[in-house]
Design a binder for this molecule. Structure first.
Ligand code: SME
Length: 169
């Protein structure tokens, strides 16, 4: 049975909410093997607790990023390597924080309401592939400028490392 999120204090600090959410998500995914089901619930938890404008996943398929599970408004379905923030995160294998999307060259505006964004790559590291292979990205958009800071980056990267990357194995 899915657990309710009622015990997470919506008025707590952002850091405290991330700490609780990470515990919640770890327990959610360890009981389910299907990675699409897990990505769907992870999007739902992040949307419900933080109220992000758009939160979801793009997955690498046939050398493109293809829309995966998400919560929020309609989104573009395919993104090419190095295009937009998601394609840049994929190409550079690193987290990209964009305080104002209008100042990011090539930003893909799925929704004109989105003003800032953070994209974290999902990476598979194997012994013969030290750089790692990007499997997809976690994309979070906000309708507020400068919404994402070091706290978001720290905890979203921890989330990806601890609870999302293992779903792909
Ligand atoms: N803005 C993203 C595209 C995805 S949507 O925001 C959901 C980008 O520039 O990659």
């Amino acid at each position: 049975m899915p657990e309710s999120l009622e015990h997470i204090d919506k008025n707590a600090s952002k850091e405290e909410k991330y700490k609780q959410v990470l515990i919640e998500i770890k327990s959610l995914v360890q009981h389910e093997k299907d990675f699409i089901a897990n990505l769907a619930n992870i999007s739902a938890v992040l949307k419900e607790v933080f109220g992000f404008w758009w939160v979801g996943f793009y997955l690498v398929k046939d050398n493109q990023l293809v829309l995966g599970p998400f919560q929020g408004p309609l989104a573009c379905t395919r993104i090419q390597l190095n295009k937009g923030v998601c394609g840049a995160s994929w190409g550079q294998s690193k987290t990209i924080v964009v305080p104002n999307v209008h100042q990011f060259p090539g930003h893909i505006a799925c929704s004109s309401a989105s003003l800032s964004e953070i994209v974290v790559p999902i990476i598979r590291i194997s012994s013969n592939n030290e750089q790692g292979q990007v499997l997809g990205v976690l994309d979070v958009d906000s309708e507020y400028e400068c919404h994402f800071d070091d706290i978001d980056q720290h905890y979203l990267e921890q989330l990806v490392r601890e609870s999302i990357e293992p779903c792909f194995n």
